[in-house]
Design a protein around this ligand. Structure first.
Ligand SMILES: Nc1ncnc2c1ncn2[C@@H]1O[C@H](COP(=O)(O)OP(=O)(O)O)[C@@H](O)[C@H]1O
Ligand SMILES: [Mg+2]
Length: 441
């Protein structure tokens, strides 16, 4: 490339490191333009200087670019380390114990209901037998779905692609990494409104931040998300409530409306203190109430900031303070049965979503402003198809819970019986005829 075309190219493309590295300037061309030998030498020197300068600048830019990324990654690692540390603390271990006790009671009760024998094999692993039919559970892990299906469902961008192929409503989204954050920023400029940044393969709301508006917000949120996965998503924030629809073999077992975690102000305590008290109360309430604690993360700070609050604020007595927009850390009191509220169209969409991913036991999350009308009418979306979904919000909530493990176990035993039959082994146990379905007080 000659000098002139090189300079034109700079003008067109801007001074980008990529461009700089791929371009070489032929000083001889430049020198040939001047007639006087002195001028020629000067031209040659200045061209060399220019070339040197150009490459040095490019190298510095690249270095900054790379070290900038390294700094972002270092922040992400620090967040991950803090998260790991908090799980090793006594509260984290107590939560684990509560979860373990809850699922132990759930599977034992379900086994008793279907007339099966249950044996604890190891830690949380139960072996449940009915005649020759045998199945194993470990908390929410069951034989309902195969490992590939679990992998597919955990990959949010892949799930969105499969849902979109079915014509189901999903948010506008863009996949990116810390290295390609510029693309995500450019993408968000195309649409107005708020964004959510989260890990592409995340769970339990970890690393998800709502209310992202500016490029600075996006960078901060991306760091928080990168603590859990290097692949990230930025997607349009849907308005409305989150509904969890639990499907078993395409049939709706239960639906729960899940609201944001909140605390009730006492007029004396700061929000930081109120969170501390709430977490303490959850831990003290045992397996029924204490499965998650409210963690202080970016979504908490952003949700408070939107209300003009911070952790140090002392709201007026009786104020209900919404702590997070990400609902995962809500409490039993924030969940309420929603089966009767959902229109047929949403129930069908949820079943189609579970089918599109191939999940037999699916917790489909829907966000809508109005559950009584189709998603297209309310602007709602299908957010997620969860495998190994949690059971606690089906059992313990503001109103009567449902013992969903009973139909789930019935189905697992039926699946085991069918396997025995197909392998030609005689004498498979008679599966339970009907799904036993009972509300717990
Ligand atoms: N696009 C979105 N619009 C509104 N809220 C969202 C959106 N994405 C995530 N959220 C909020 O964040 C929570 C966690 O996001 P989700 O995609 O379910 O990730 P996870 O697998 O960690 O549960 C959701 O339950 C919801 O409260
Ligand atoms: Mg979720």
């Amino acid at each position: 490339m000659g000098t002139t075309s090189g300079l034109n190219s700079i003008a067109r493309n801007g001074f980008s490191p990529d461009f700089a590295i791929g371009t070489s300037f032929h000083v001889s061309n430049c020198a040939a333009l001047s007639k006087h030998p002195r001028t020629e030498v000067r031209a040659t020197c200045s061209a060399r200087l220019f070339r040197l300068n150009f490459h040095v600048m490019a190298a510095i830019r690249q270095l900054l670019h790379k070290s900038g990324q390294a700094v972002l990654k270092a922040f992400a690692i620090a967040i991950r380390a803090r998260d790991w540390y908090s799980r090793q603390r006594p509260e984290g271990r107590l939560l684990g114990k509560h979860r373990s006790q809850f699922y132990s009671a759930v599977w034992r009760e379900a086994a008793a209901e279907v007339g099966a024998n249950v044996e604890l094999l190891h830690d949380d692993v139960f072996e449940i037998r009915l005649g020759q039919a045998l199945t194993r559970t470990r908390q929410t892990a069951t034989a309902a779905d195969d490992p590939v299906t679990l992998d597919v469902a955990a990959n949010k961008p892949l799930v969105y692609r499969l849902l979109s192929k079915r014509g189901l409503r999903i948010p506008n989204y863009c996949e990116f990494t810390l290295g390609s954050i510029g693309q995500a920023i450019a993408y968000t400029k195309q649409f107005a409104g708020e964004w959510v940044v989260k890990p592409a393969n995340g769970a339990a709301g970890r690393g998800a931040t709502t209310g992202v508006v500016t490029a600075f917000d996006l960078v901060r949120a991306a760091i928080a998300a990168a603590a859990y996965d290097s692949n990230l998503l930025v997607e349009q924030q849907a308005q409305g409530d989150v509904y969890r629809l639990l499907y078993l073999n395409g049939k709706l077992l239960d639906a729960v409306q899940r609201s944001s975690p909140s605390v009730l102000a006492d007029g004396r305590s700061s929000i930081r203190k109120l969170i501390q008290l709430e977490n303490q109360a959850r831990l003290e309430s045992g397996p029924l109430g204490g499965q998650t604690l409210i963690r202080r993360d970016l979504d908490l700070h952003r949700t408070l900031a939107k209300q003009g609050l911070s952790l140090c604020s002392v709201p007026k007595r009786g104020t209900v303070v919404t702590l997070k927009t990400v609902i995962n850390e809500n409490s039993a009191a924030d969940n309420v049965s929603a089966t009767g509220k959902l229109c047929h169209s949403i129930i069908e969409d949820g079943a189609a979503a579970a089918d599109a991913i191939g999940v037999r036991l699916a917790g489909v999350d829907v966000i809508t402003r109005d559950p009584r009308v189709p998603l297209a009418q309310s602007g709602g979306i299908i957010l997620e198809v969860n495998t190994t979904p949690g059971y606690h919000y089906h059992y313990h909530r503001r109103d009567r819970g449902i013992a969903v493990a009973i139909p789930i176990l019935s189905s697992l035993l039926l699946q085991a019986t069918e396997k025995l039959g197909s392998s030609g082994e005689p004498g498979g146990a008679k599966p339970p005829d009907a799904v036993i379905y009972r509300a717990t007080p």
